[in-house]
Write a protein that binds this ligand. Structure first.
Ligand code: SF4
Ligand code: SF4
Length: 370
């Protein structure tokens, strides 16, 4: 470890190359070519004559490792690799060896401890997940467990045992805040599916005690609602009441975040399924994903309906896309409504908007229907 105390005292930038394994540090800026060995190993070729081999591993959902699992990864990398572990932005882990033989060994050992290797070429590149119930207070669905279920159902696309027209990225968000982002080919966003009610005995605990308080400040529960769906009013007994306007509510859950006595019906929790996001400049350029289906129920523990919808989307795309055509480019070519028709999805006012215009903004629809 280099002594950086003088640089830190002078507030100079940290020379990050000092921390790199020697095979990478010596070749910064010299990489001239690469070659794929299957779907999980890529060889990087340097003008210096060096070659390194990166092994890409699907990580646990939300990229959360126990220290025990990390020790296993360290042990494998120390034995066969160059001493490098990298956690990628899309939630995979990369180990590096200095020969193809050792990279194959890394792959074998990682698979032995239960992780998939793959994710390059015409494959499922990643399933990223937000933290949801692991640490977050606003989760509607358990996105890490849904992510695990998706990996278990679609790992053959990650390992490349089954190929796709081109890369596929999936992102799972536990609530409409969608920390996982909307720039994946398939985006699943948990939401409550309907406007909330509240516990009439206890809602007062989230409100000012006296009605006069409304003359000087707006209660927090009213303030947090992004669409003005909550009104506070003075009651005859000089306390404060609220009214939730169901027709305005977008079921975002922010009121529940500030008041435990807001109640959502757990049987209505579901996910919106969105298609066609991507961050790269290839094809038609960067895009946000658009709503394909506003609500699919969460049925634990197997998430059967959600898995079936994801499978159907992939099957239709696989069968009909041109070589190299990302899911979003395919949907734009055929039209979102044609994909909905092929999937027998009823078009409602909540998913009618076509491509080219953002449709994000999930509204409850169960009671009001199409
Ligand atoms: S998407 Fe929602 S549930 Fe997931 S981490 Fe962000 S705020 Fe929490
Ligand atoms: S769920 Fe969201 S939109 Fe609905 S009342 Fe609460 S804060 Fe407002």
């Amino acid at each position: 470890m280099p002594d950086l105390s003088e640089r830190m005292k002078k507030k100079l930038p940290i020379p990050y190359t000092d921390f790199l394994p020697v095979q990478i540090g010596d070749n910064v800026g010299k990489w001239v070519d690469r070659r794929f060995h299957g779907h999980g190993i890529v060889e990087h070729i340097s003008s210096s004559g060096d070659h390194i081999f990166t092994v890409k591993v699907g990580s646990p959902a939300n990229v959360r490792f126990s220290t025990d699992t990390l020790r296993k990864f360290n042990k494998i990398e120390d034995e066969y690799g160059i001493g490098s572990l990298r956690f990628t932005r899309s939630g995979n882990v990369e180990l590096i060896a200095d020969s193809l033989d050792k990279a194959e060994k890394l792959k074998d050992e990682v698979e032995k401890i239960g992780f998939y290797v793959g994710g390059w070429g015409n494959t499922l590149w990643s399933i990223s997940s937000c933290t949801a119930y692991l640490t977050c207070t606003t989760a509607v669905i358990d996105s890490p467990s849904l992510t695990k279920v998706l990996y278990d159902n679609f790992y053959r696309y990650f390992t490349g045992e089954e190929e796709l027209p081109t890369k596929l990225k999936i992102s799972v968000g536990g609530c409409p805040t969608s920390c996982g982002g909307l720039v994946a080919d398939l985006v699943l966003v948990g939401h409550y599916g309907d406007a909330p009610s509240y516990d009439p005995e206890r809602i007062g605990l989230c409100l000012p005690r006296k009605a006069e308080a409304l003359d000087v400040a707006v209660p927090e529960i009213v303030n947090v609602c992004p669409v003005g769906a909550i009104d506070a009013f003075k009651k005859d007994d000089n306390t404060v009441g609220i009214n939730i306007k169901r027709e305005k509510c977008i079921a975002c859950g922010r009121c529940k975040d500030v008041c435990d006595h807001i109640i959502f019906d757990p049987d209505k929790s579901g996910v919106a399924i969105m298609v066609g996001g991507k961050s790269s400049n290839t094809g038609s350029g960067p895009e946000l994903a658009r709503v394909l289906i506003p609500w699919v129920p969460v049925t634990l523990p197997a998430y059967g309906e959600i898995v079936a919808v994801v499978r159907k989307i992939i099957d239709i795309w696989k069968k009909n896309a041109s070589d190299g055509e990302r899911l979003g480019d395919y949907v734009r070519r055929i039209g979102l409504s044609n994909l909905q028709e092929a999937m027998h999805i009823p078009v409602t006012k909540w998913n009618r908007t076509g491509f080219g215009k953002s449709t994000f903004g999930i509204r409850q629809f169960q009671e009001r229907g199409a």
